[in-house]
Design a protein around this ligand. Structure first.
Ligand SMILES: C[S@@+](CC[C@H](N)C(=O)[O-])C[C@H]1O[C@@H](n2cnc3c(N)ncnc32)[C@H](O)[C@@H]1O
Length: 219
């Protein structure tokens, strides 16, 4: 998804370096302890949050955790920042960067969860390496996640879901939860689910939502 360029978003990002790390040099680790008031809180990362409904809701509902929105597009980063400022979410930081460099930005084994929500499907075989569940990405997530850390993945795209199950299984990951119709699971699972912008749109069109939780097991 490519968002139309919004000049206000660029300006907002530039005006708030305390909240957004804008295209950092991947050769330098980020000092997260300077960015979060309490670094001892569990850290959760969403890769590709888009406009940020999911990650800002999570940050609002879970002040006991720290969150990082890792988003490639500056316009999307600006939209997330606007919500962060409006809701005064001090436990949310925005990292405007490519997830291909995720292992450079975080200490090894520092995160407890990585969320992949409605990632771009890249259906052409020649673009397989760009899929966020391709093995080179899984390798980087493994480095960033703690031993018992989890990946939570949701999509409406059956092809990307099948591909991701295959890719994670080949990588030796363990599946803790799999659903091919998340919105029609048991009441407590449905109630705990926080929708993303894409999820809301696709579910409203009657599409099933696929979901899984997976971990890398003991290293
Ligand atoms: C299809 S949108 C989904 C947005 C949101 N997660 C949702 O469910 O509504 C995918 C998002 O992932 C971002 N993205 C794609 N590749 C990325 C990468 N390599 N690193 C960081 N963000 C990425 C895109 O810029 C876009 O905002």
């Amino acid at each position: 998804m490519r968002l139309r360029n919004k000049p206000w978003a660029v300006k907002l990002v530039q005006d708030h370096p305390e909240s957004v790390i804008d295209r950092p040099d991947p050769s330098q680790k980020i000092n997260w302890s300077k960015r979060f008031a309490d670094i001892s809180k569990p850290l959760e990362i969403e890769v590709g949050p888009g406009k940020g409904k999911f990650i800002t809701t999570m940050a609002e509902e879970h002040p006991e955790k720290n969150f990082v929105a890792l988003e490639l597009q500056m316009t999307a980063a600006g939209m997330i920042l606007r919500t962060k400022l409006a809701k005064d979410l001090s436990n949310l930081q925005i990292l405007c960067a490519d997830a291909a460099n995720i292992a450079s930005f975080f200490d090894s084994h520092s995160a407890s969860k990585i969320y992949l929500n409605f990632s771009d499907p890249w259906p052409k075989t020649r673009h397989e390496k760009r899929r966020l569940t391709y093995k080179s990405f899984l390798q980087k997530y493994q480095t960033v996640l703690q031993e018992n850390g989890q990946i939570e993945f949701k999509t409406d795209n059956a092809g990307l879901f099948a591909y991701s199950v295959h890719s994670m299984n080949n990588f030796g990951m363990h599946f803790d939860f799999v659903s091919v119709d998340l919105h029609n699971e048991k009441d407590e699972i449905v109630a705990a689910n926080i929708e993303t912008e894409y999820e809301h749109k696709f579910a409203a069109q009657g599409n099933p939502i696929y979901a899984l939780h997976a971990d890398f097991g003991v290293k």
